[in-house]
Ligand binder design. Structure first.
Ligand SMILES: Cc1cc2nc3c(=O)[nH]c(=O)nc-3n(C[C@H](O)[C@H](O)[C@H](O)COP(=O)(O)OP(=O)(O)OC[C@H]3O[C@@H](n4cnc5c(N)ncnc54)[C@H](O)[C@@H]3O)c2cc1C
Length: 454
């Protein structure tokens, strides 16, 4: 994949990966063996016909390739950019036995971008069923369930708390990985299908679930994600200059600090930034801090490089751009200056012990290994949990001790009849494609439920 040079891209917010040109796409598509029993499709949560669309690219039928992808996936330009393909479809590609798998995600992106440039067409829709569905949250789960239900003839309204739809795709993932215009175009496609999106509508406050049924909705899908940041709970964490990754990225993305001076959103970057955590959120925070002018950015992670949960490609990109890593290190307190701003972070070295509940080896502190890192900004990216607003205002909605909604894995059915849920609000923070897969499965069972209700 052609990319911007690391030294150049470390100072701008333009997309890092430039995308395949036609020649490269054809060359890559030609590597697909078109297996009689393709394994790649078996672990795609949205059931994409992977060999089918790659074959159409091989035949230079790019429009048809895009349409084939869209049969199953309403957000292909997004998935082609941010899906962890190396852990899913590409992992099972037969070519892995002899070398590199077919770059399925990059080909998906090629087909989707081609279609976006030419102008997107919507498929013909069936006769309206007269049934109405409310979808809460316009992230990948909500957008997918809405698109699929509309294609089945139902009327769908999405209620979104923020002023723009997209969820994490717009407020979390930065422009240099997923340009806002790409998300906007895919949301516009879903609106063109007939889905209505009502922004600035915080369900649990504006309306309750009960209100939505009273307003005439026949079924409800909750796809409100996991947007509540977790903290380290160590001394000094409330000093100035310490952000949750959520706040840091929302200021940069949604409030457009990355477009300074056009937007003058306040954000403190400082010279030495420490980002605590090792997932995609940590990588995005670190790389954003670098682009906004930090001299030195450290990822501080309590396990080793092998356990980093971020996408392999993004770890590589971060390393190339000059992000530094402190592995097997955990902060134990923040140190403030006389004005209440962070000036240091005391850490302890860790070693890996026995595997914990997650199956990864548990990090154990090494006694006497404490040391202080000079930092003037810190970003805490150690996980996110669901916001409890709907759970706490909906009688009879069963939840786990972590606040996630209990829903059937196959159908999305919750403890309340006619109420379905999926995505991060059910699984806890996961991936775009797993949220979309949940949306897809829920759409099928909501359709079944509505048709039986007739
Ligand atoms: C910075 C960052 C980087 C990431 N990078 C990747 C990546 O590279 N690849 C990947 O696969 N995954 C990545 N993820 C994870 C992925 O984005 C999420 O798993 C996915 O977005 C979950 O989708 P969702 O629809 O369940 O929730 P969300 O995307 O969180 O969307 C939920 C929506 O519901 C709205 N909402 C919440 N409460 C209410 C309410 N009460 N009323 C109305 N609306 C409400 C929210 O405003 C939001 O728009 C990343 C996450 C973050 C934070």
């Amino acid at each position: 994949m052609p990319k911007q040079e690391p030294k150049v891209r470390a100072h701008n917010f333009d997309e890092v990966a430039i995308g395949y040109g036609e020649e490269q796409a054809l060359e890559e598509a030609a590597r697909c063996l078109n297996c009689p029993k393709p394994q790649c499709v078996t672990c795609c949560p949205v059931e994409l016909d992977i060999p089918g669309f790659i074959k159409l690219i091989k035949e230079k039928k790019y429009d048809e390739a895009a349409r084939k992808v869209k049969e199953k996936n309403s957000l292909p330009a997004i998935c082609g950019r941010v899906c962890p393909q190396e852990e899913q479809c590409q992992k099972l590609c037969i070519l892995c036995k002899i070398g590199e798998p077919t770059a399925i995600g990059r080909l998906e992106r090629f087909a989707a971008d081609y279609e976006q440039e030419k102008g997107v067409e919507t498929p013909p829709l069936p006769t309206p069923t007269g049934k109405k569905v409310a979808v809460i949250g316009a992230g990948p789960a909500g957008l997918t369930v809405a698109a699929d239900l509309t294609k089945l003839g139902h009327e769908v309204v999405i209620f979104e708390a923020l002023h723009v739809p997209g969820g994490v795709l717009v407020y979390g993932i930065p422009e240099f990985r997923l340009p806002k215009r790409i998300v906007k175009a895919e949301v516009e496609y879903i609106e063109k299908l007939g889905v209505k999106i009502q922004p600035d509508a915080l369900i649990g406050r504006l309306h309750t679930i009960e209100d939505l049924f009273k307003k005439g909705f026949d079924a409800i899908f909750i796809g409100t994600g996991a947007g509540l940041p977790q903290f380290l709970r160590i001394p000094g964490e409330n000093l100035g200059g310490i952000y949750s990754a959520n706040e840091f990225l929302i200021r940069i993305n949604l409030m457009k600090a990355y477009l300074f001076p056009e937007y003058d959103t306040p954000i403190r970057i400082g010279k030495k930034v420490a980002v605590i955590g090792g997932g995609n959120v940590a990588m995005d925070s670190a790389r954003s801090a670098l682009r906004l002018g930090a001299d030195e950015v450290w990822i501080v992670y309590r396990r080793s490089r092998e356990e980093l949960p971020a996408r392999a490609e993004e770890i590589e990109n971060a390393e190339e751009e000059g992000i530094k890593f402190q592995f097997l290190t955990n902060p134990i307190r923040f140190i403030g200056d006389e004005h209440g701003w962070v000036k240091g972070m005391e850490c302890i070295r860790m070693e890996l012990g026995e595997p914990d509940a997650s199956g990864r080896r548990r990090p154990v502190p090494i006694k006497g290994s404490e040391f202080v890192m000079d930092v003037d900004t810190a970003v805490v990216a150690v996980g996110r949990t669901p916001n409890p607003i709907i759970q706490s205002t909906t009688k009879g909605l069963e939840t786990t001790k972590w606040g996630t909604i209990i829903a059937d894995e196959k159908t999305g059915q919750t403890s309340i009849e006619g109420v379905f849920a999926g995505g991060d609000i059910v699984t806890g923070e996961a991936t775009v494609i797993s949220a979309m897969g949940a949306g897809k499965r829920a759409a099928r069972s909501i359709h079944e439920y509505l048709m039986k209700k007739r």
